[in-house]
Design a protein. Sequence first.
Length: 160
Amino acid sequence: MATAALEDTGVRDGAFDQAGLGPWVVAPGANWAVGSGSGGASGTGQNWLKTNTGSNASSWFAQDIATAAVPGRPYTGSIFLRSLTGGNISVAVVIWALGGPHPTEVGQTLATVGPSWQEFKTELDVTSPGHVELRFQVYVSTPGQTLGAAFATLPDVARD
């Protein structure tokens, strides 16, 4: 019998080190780029995602993780965010449990992002069996501001 292994992070490329977006998806019409250097997370020189709503009123970026979500297990996602343009940015940090015979489940945290890097977390307590995917997603609902994102994690996600 095969066993599932737990990984440090369910999201892949949470540090945005791959070329382009790697496994991440950005809303159609949103602007994005990967930055690096001293303006990055805590000035470490690490990479970070820069995104804004483009011509839309809102946008998002996300990653889907194929996994059998376990009922009764809390999943906690975290990500470091900051406003790269200095103004406050309204966001929702969300985890979705998708697929399977039961309705979609969601956990979300609404927050306001300021000009300093700050960690934001959200939690989903899965209640129904059969979900085949978790989605880690950040919604951006403030036009005209650019959001920086780095160090995304969704620990303890089992992969077959």
